[in-house]
Design a protein around this ligand. Structure first.
Ligand SMILES: [Zn+2]
Ligand SMILES: [Zn+2]
Length: 338
């Protein structure tokens, strides 16, 4: 099969590798219908975090089940399924508490930018649609595999809800879906912090009521201006840098909540600053699996349209061009067609 491999910073290629095979009796093999490039795939692309030799890429996937192991009970060949970037049993105490991303049996997914994929713990990891979906819904289901669920978790962690003012730091796919989630969760006012016109437009489509272009201390001041000097009730941090994290904490009112879902890189939190801020801070890699049934239902019933976030679609063979387009911010998110 064909698979995207990163050989080093800014060096992505597509090569032949053997088809994946069942290894454990709880595995499934999928023929992927679509896959994509994640914002977090850009960190190794930039040379941040060393690669362990040539690395198969990708952790977001939807596809049709081709084969299942002897202990797989609920997932069947022929089903169209969505899974997240951690395979999880969905039965241990941590999973039952809604933190499948920290499952005691978890397996990190990689090598999903490919034609086929082995998924461990298939019954716990995968969620099937009632029937094979219409083609135009496939990008939306693909978004549910990571970025939609991650943005949703950010909004839940920030306790977005009725009567709340929610601010979102970051206008990548995750930030845009935090906006969508805040809207779905009933937030009264949603402030998207974005400087890019096409992303601002999508944020407004997804339910943002205000756009703030300022960043850093100016951004914080603007959020305070818009909230009678108090700050937002809920702030989603969807970038992962020192500046954005500081901006998120500073934009939150005392007693408010920060949900942080941008992958952190060298962020230092000043204990004293946090001590005096009186904000709740919760986040980390999103337990997307917790939200999959609900999100897939919203997509199946066409109540949300997260697929719009894919503004560039390329054949898998052109994965390198996809990475470059996201790197240069010419594309918000790139769908790869295996
Ligand atoms: Zn991802
Ligand atoms: Zn578990």
């Amino acid at each position: 099969m064909r698979i995207a491999v990163m050989y080093g910073p800014r060096e992505v290629g597509v090569e032949d590798r053997p088809d994946p095979k069942l290894v454990e009796p709880t595995d499934a093999i999928l023929r992927l219908s679509a896959t994509c490039i994640c914002g977090s795939d850009l960190w190794p692309h930039w040379g941040i975090g060393a690669l362990d030799g040539p690395s198969p890429m990708g952790h977001e996937y939807v596809g049709v089940v081709e084969e299942v192991g002897s202990e797989v009970k609920t997932i069947k060949p022929g089903q169209f399924v969505v899974g997240s970037f951690w395979a999880s049993d969905n039965t241990c105490q941590i999973c039952q508490a809604g933190y499948q991303c920290a499952c005691i049996q978890r397996v990190g997914m990689r090598s999903a930018q490919a034609e086929r994929l082995r998924v461990p713990l298939a019954d716990g990891t995968l969620v099937a649609t009632p029937e094979p979906p219409a083609d135009d819904l496939i990008p939306s289901f693909l978004a549910a595999s990571d970025v939609l669920g991650t943005g949703w978790f950010g909004a839940v962690a920030a306790e977005a809800g009725p009567g709340k003012t929610v601010a979102v730091v970051g206008d990548g796919a995750v930030g845009l879906f935090a906006v969508l989630a805040a809207k779905q969760l009933g937030a009264e006012r949603i402030i998207a912090m974005s400087r890019h016109q096409s992303r601002q437009k999508l944020a407004l489509d997804y339910g943002a009521t205000d756009i703030v272009e300022e960043r850093g201390e100016e951004g914080v001041a603007k959020i305070k201006d818009l909230t009678d000097g108090l700050g937002a009730h809920s702030v989603v941090e969807a970038v992962g840098t020192q500046e954005s994290f500081k901006q998120a904490i500073g934009s939150t009112r005392p007693g408010g909540h920060v949900g942080f879902v941008g992958v952190l890189h060298d962020v230092q939190l000043a204990g004293e600053e946090l001590f005096w801020s009186h904000v709740h801070v919760h986040g980390g890699p999103a337990p997307v699996r917790r939200f999959l049934p609900q999100l897939m239902d919203l997509i199946w019933n066409r109540q949300i349209d997260p697929g719009k976030v894919f503004d560039l679609e390329l054949p898998l063979e052109q994965a390198a061009e996809g990475y470059q387009a996201m790197d240069e911010r010419r594309a918000i998110k790139v769908l790869l067609q295996p």
